[in-house]
Design a binder for this molecule. Structure first.
Ligand SMILES: O=P(O)(O)OC[C@H]1O[C@H](O[C@H]2O[C@H](CO)[C@@H](O)[C@H](O)[C@H]2O)[C@H](O)[C@@H](O)[C@@H]1O
Ligand SMILES: O=c1ccn([C@@H]2O[C@H](COP(=O)(O)OP(=O)(O)O)[C@@H](O)[C@H]2O)c(=O)[nH]1
Length: 500
């Protein structure tokens, strides 16, 4: 596996060396850090980690973040490691930090709010203080590592105010933020105490990246309506004499690396094992972290509805749902877990017989090579989040299919991926009837239509891969292009915000 990750990285390097000028170093900062696997080591890396590591190799950079470990007293000690030409620097956090910053403000306040779940959003002042404290700890710890010409690339909702804290320490470098989640509508965001302070702090970045034009548009709307700032024709925001570029950079998978993984023996074995276990039945697959944003309860109910509406299909279709537990210290995640256990039991109880169980619900994670084999064995990929920044599983499902006999992707209209994967069967995940009908349509879809749709989906997944994404972001961070390289969609987004 490490060999696959490495070869993907070298391809990325070969394909993207910009020429003879001296590249700036890149400092990547994220909540967690993925240490690259040494050559020959076992285990898999995510596509994002592979892409960021390849960018770091190219730019001789450092990846900084939380180690994922606890310490009884925060010392600021930096654990520096060099693996496979990438330097990582990590800090440990105190239990109170983890509780208030990661489990608290990040995952009990911002995550639900950014996924439009105001009902699950908790506004606790301690969380806000813990979030600020940890962002300050990040700033204090990473500051000594930053040299004058470095590009600084911060990731995600855990670290929104980090750029402003670094500016306060005198960091004048080009700094960018990429948000992996949705950005909520202004009407929801204003329910967050101190929302102006949080969003204003983000304007210290030079580039702010979103997954889609929809989230970009919501952000620009907030900036205009709540902060009273001017959004220029090129989507930039004029702020204190500076120009802040806001753009959509839809993330992709590492298509080349994933295709290699899908062709591996490990993938083939996983495929064969699953295929023989379903014994000729049609297979639907879902792969998601166990998160309420992924719409798993609604998905199970839609599948139950399909079985009720089509009794002749009972015994002829199986849903495999892989759902590794996530953020288990947060009550809403414990609740969704219990809810899903109840729903699975209920649907299986109603539709199973002695030799058949309709839902296989698996609470563990699998390496991506095995996932690739599972995806390929499936007739339908069910990707039905209620809200999702992008959703890489949808793209992996497409990349894993046999183009001669591809499965059908059923995709929520509320996933960021739906703006690119328009040849999927797009559904409203809140409507069990709609999803049930899409399952019927997918099962009945003629081969020629499956092939035609898949070819278009694959072209998008291949052309807009993770290397394309990180090159686009890094170029914007370097300040290349007069208009920040905006596409027609983004120009339309800013025009509609100005019109609003
Ligand atoms: O680190 P965790 O708390 O275990 O969570 C895992 C990641 O979840 C989120 O992923 C998002 O990023 C994906 C890639 O851009 C995107 O496709 C997806 O829609 C998002 O949900 C989170 O934003 C990451 O920071 C976490 O590492
Ligand atoms: O058992 C699993 C389940 C998921 N994943 C990976 O986790 C990522 C999930 O990314 P996505 O954007 O779909 O959602 P997120 O979990 O980041 O919100 C994908 O690359 C999956 O292949 C995995 O490696 N093993």
């Amino acid at each position: 596996m490490a060999g696959l990750a490495l070869s993907a990285a070298s391809r990325a390097l070969a394909g993207s060396c910009p020429g003879d000028y001296r590249m700036s170093r890149l400092i990547v900062i994220s909540n967690r850090v993925s240490v690259p696997k040494a050559a020959g080591a076992a285990g898999a890396q995510g596509g994002l980690a592979v892409a960021l590591n390849s960018a770091l190799r190219e730019h001789r950079g450092i990846w900084f973040g939380w180690s994922g470990q606890e310490t009884q007293e925060f010392t600021g000690h930096l654990d520096m490691q060099r693996n496979d030409d990438v330097t990582t620097a990590t800090i440990d956090l105190e239990p109170q930090d983890i509780d208030e910053y990661y489990n608290g403000y990040a995952n009990r306040t911002l995550w639900p709010l950014f996924h439009f779940r105001i009902d699950l959003t908790e506004y606790n002042r301690d969380f806000g203080e813990g979030y600020e404290r940890v962002n300050r700890r990040f700033a204090d710890s990473v500051h000594p590592l930053i040299e004058p010409d470095d590009l600084v690339w911060v990731h995600d909702y855990h670290l929104l105010p980090l750029g402003s804290m670094l500016r306060a320490k005198g960091v004048n470098n080009r700094m960018g933020l990429f948000l992996h989640t949705p950005w909520p509508p202004t009407r929801l965001l204003v329910s967050l105490p101190f929302h102006e302070k949080l969003v204003t702090s983000m304007l210290e970045y030079d580039v702010i990246g979103f997954q889609t034009t929809e989230w970009l548009e919501s952000f620009l709307h907030y900036v205009q309506k709540e902060l009273g700032l001017k959004v220029n024709l090129d989507n930039s925001i004029s702020y204190q004499g500076r120009r802040v570029v806001a753009r959509a950079f839809p993330i992709g998978i590492d298509h080349a690396e994933f295709t290699e993984a899908a062709a591996s023996e490990e993938a083939q074995e996983a495929h064969d094992r699953l295929k023989s276990s379903v014994r000729g039945r049609k297979l639907l697959i879902g792969v998601d972290r166990l998160d309420y944003s992924k719409g798993l309860g609604e998905r199970f109910q839609s599948f139950g509805r399909f079985l009720t509406d089509h009794p002749a299909e009972a015994g002829a279709v199986v849903l495999l749902q892989i759902a590794p537990p996530s953020r288990g210290d947060v009550a809403s995640y414990q609740q969704i877990r219990e809810d899903l256990e109840r729903k699975t039991g209920h649907i299986n109880g109603a539709h199973a017989d002695v030799a058949f169980v309709p839902i296989r619900y698996v609470n563990r994670g699998y390496p991506r090579a095995q996932l690739a084999g599972f995806y390929r064995a499936a007739n339908i990929g069910l990707v039905t989040p209620l809200r999702d920044g992008m959703n890489l599983v949808a793209k992996e499902f497409v990349a894993a299919q046999d183009p001669e006999d591809p499965g059908v992707l059923i995709l929520s209209q509320f996933a960021g991926a739906a703006l690119q994967l328009t040849d999927a069967l797009l559904v409203n995940p809140h409507s069990v009837e709609h999803v049930s009908e899409a399952i019927r349509r997918a099962l009945d879809m003629p081969l020629a239509e499956r092939q035609r749709r898949h070819a278009k989906l694959l072209a998008s997944v291949r052309d807009f891969d993770v290397i394309h994404w990180r090159n686009a972001f890094v170029s914007a961070l370097e300040g290349k292009g007069n208009n920040g390289g905006r596409n027609a969609e983004e120009q339309a987004a800013s025009a509609s915000v100005r019109a609003a």
